[in-house]
Ligand binder design. Structure first.
Ligand code: 9G3
Length: 571
């Protein structure tokens, strides 16, 4: 390809609206252009990368036995009403009407569509298992689209769905997808971890894992053990369930003391000159509209997802000051665990406190020498908190937990019969009995992969594409378009390499060398041939970007090196 013909220019300046380095570099290198918030056009350079990612995904999906389909983005609202999700999702679900005023949605995902499709196609266990996948545009009207392709409102997803006749078979389908995901992210050059996750809104009975690209811009917190291979999303990461045997319970009774103006844990710890770990923090939640109290140690944070799962609640939120006042007759600053008129969940950390300080459930008063069990019930003791970095691993008890930021690139779920039951999608088993399909679903954020790769592979002001998904493999940069010798050598290399099937971009623009090198850095093509002062001797500078390596070689040496580097880097 001649760069003078390439559609899409590089930008000199960093666009102010781009905060993430990947977003900045994608705009500056001419990979994408924004049409509207969270909505992007892929320019030729970006489209070439996207296409390579798609082909890696297709190869691994086909190798795992999945079959490619393409389902509509436009989905009948009735189908979402049948599954009960039409009302569940709010403004994030993009809705529209057709000319007959019939309701439709722009698909954010395809569980309903694929379940209807298979319900109509398969009615016997003999045709199972089947795994269908597609690479398709998804629509989710994010409240705050940001970071370019990392959180868009229209994005490309590979979504696959497995249909099995029993749980063991689902486990095998899940394992095949899981292994295919590891190969996909490895081939894309991404450093990732598969972490235990929470099924969240999609529900489903079995396990679920997220594939997280480690990157500081990531919105999720990945918890990893320093010793064993335990890894979990912070939402899911387990605290060690050690209700340490309390020291001999002291006979000292709980006693009230005056704490005027002391509302928060910090203020209390400060005023009493004690560590927050000696305080008991009691929070009141509304879980599906019902008041619930959770008590944790003062230096711990409540994990709302763990509380929600423990209560099997569909939604949860902190109770506001007026709800607390209406229920307890005092302010939030003096909530304590003693004598509450509703369910009390006690975190292991709080249950292990031999003698704590807690709110007295009376304004401006707290209690000291509070004993769990004696002063408040330990009926619902469990893991209700976020783990802290540095604490022990719940699996191996030797390692310590370390936190990393992560970008969620993939998510695999064991759905079970949640959708097949709702949509009466059944098959006849070997005894002729009607059974609901056992389903799994498996997503990869295809467009998000581009951002994750750049977040992990860039220098100051330049992308460093892994060869497997680079837009071109070799960038030939003649220093001066007026120098006949350089032009001859550059064209000779370009024609010869192209003929051998190498993907080459030739910078034939009549620009100053500085501009050409700056643009070449931005585009991040892994191999660069600089045709400059050595052209007279028929030599070029051979640059391997990822190895910061530069050497002067002849044309034939350059071609031989390229072909071997391509093979080596491909592996
Ligand atoms: C919606 C909207 C947003 C959503 C969903 C539904 C996320 C929704 C979860 C999934 C689960 C899996 C198949 C591929 C892998 C992920 N955001 N999810 O169901 F209506 Cl507006 O999409 N789907």
């Amino acid at each position: 390809m001649l760069q003078s013909r390439l559609f899409g220019t590089t930008l000199r300046e960093t666009p102010s609206e781009a905060e993430a380095i990947s977003h900045q570099l994608m705009l500056r290198a001419g990979l994408i252009r924004q049409l509207a918030a969270g909505i992007y056009t892929y320019l030729p350079l970006g489209r070439r990368v996207l296409r390579k990612v798609e082909s890696i995904v297709r190869e691994e999906m086909e190798a795992a036995g999945a079959q490619e389909v393409l389902m509509p983005a436009l989905q009948p609202g009735d189908l979402w009403k049948e599954s009960g999700r039409y009302e569940v999702y709010g403004p994030e679900l993009m809705r529209l009407q057709d000319r007959h005023e019939r309701e439709f949605v722009l698909g954010p995902t395809h569980e309903e569509v694929v379940t209807k499709l298979v319900r109509e196609e398969i009615n016997t266990y003999r045709r199972l298992p089947v795994i269908l996948y597609q690479i398709q545009t998804k629509f989710r009207d994010e409240r705050r689209p940001r970071f370019g392709l990392l959180r868009g409102r229209e994005f490309l997803m590979k979504d696959a769905y497995s249909f099995d006749s029993d749980w063991d078979s689902l486990d095998r389908s899940y394992r095949r997808m899981f292994e295919a995901y590891k190969r996909i992210f490895q081939r894309c050059g991404i450093a990732f971890r598969a972490v235990e996750a929470d099924a969240g809104s999609i529900g489903g009975e079995g396990g679920t894992h997220e594939f997280m690209a480690l990157a500081d811009i990531g919105e999720d917190t990945v918890v990893v053990c320093t010793h064993c291979d335990y890894a979990a999303n912070l939402e899911k990461a387990e605290a060690i369930a050690d209700v340490k045997e309390k020291a001999q319970p002291s006979q000292i009774q709980a006693e009230k003391f005056h704490t005027p103006e002391l509302k928060t844990i910090e203020q209390l710890a400060e005023a009493l000159d004690i560590p927050p770990s000696q305080l008991m923090k009691t929070l009141i939640y509304l879980a599906d509209g019902e008041l619930v109290a959770v008590v944790v140690r003062g230096d711990h944070e409540v994990n709302e997802l763990k509380v929600m799962n423990a209560l099997s609640a569909a939604e949860i939120e902190l109770a506001g000051a007026d709800a607390v006042h209406a229920a307890l007759g005092h302010s939030i600053g003096s909530i304590g665990p003693i004598g509450l008129p509703f369910k009390l969940l006690v975190d292991y950390g709080a249950a292990s406190m031999p003698d704590g300080i807690a709110g007295a459930n009376e304004d401006d008063f707290h209690l000291r020498h509070v004993q769990p069990g004696r002063d408040f019930p330990l009926e619902h003791v469990g893991d209700y908190r976020n783990v802290l970095e540095g604490e022990g691993c719940p699996r191996c008890e030797e390692g310590k937990l370390k936190f990393h930021r992560g970008i969620e690139l993939g998510h695999v779920f064991k759905l079970g019969t949640k959708y097949s039951e709702k949509l009466s999608a059944n098959y006849l088993d070997a005894c002729g009995k009607s059974q609901p399909f056992i389903m799994g679903c498996y997503g990869i954020g295809i467009s998000r992969i581009l951002s994750a790769v750049i977040e992990q592979h860039h220098d100051e002001g330049s992308i460093l594409w892994p060869m497997s998904i680079a837009p071109y493999q070799v960038h030939i940069v003649p220093v001066s378009m007026k120098d006949e010798e350089q032009l001859m050598l550059a064209r000779g290399l370009y024609d010869s390499l192209t003929k051998q099937g190498v993907e080459v971009l030739l910078d034939d623009r009549d620009e100053r060398p500085g501009i050409k090198f700056k643009d070449s850095d931005l585009m991040g093509i892994p191999l660069r041939l600089i045709v400059g002062k050595h052209a007279g001797q028929g030599q070029v500078e051979y640059v391997v970007r990822s190895r910061h390596e530069k050497l002067v070689v002849s044309q034939s040496q350059a071609e031989a090196r390229i072909l071997s580097d391509l093979r080596e880097i491909e592996e």
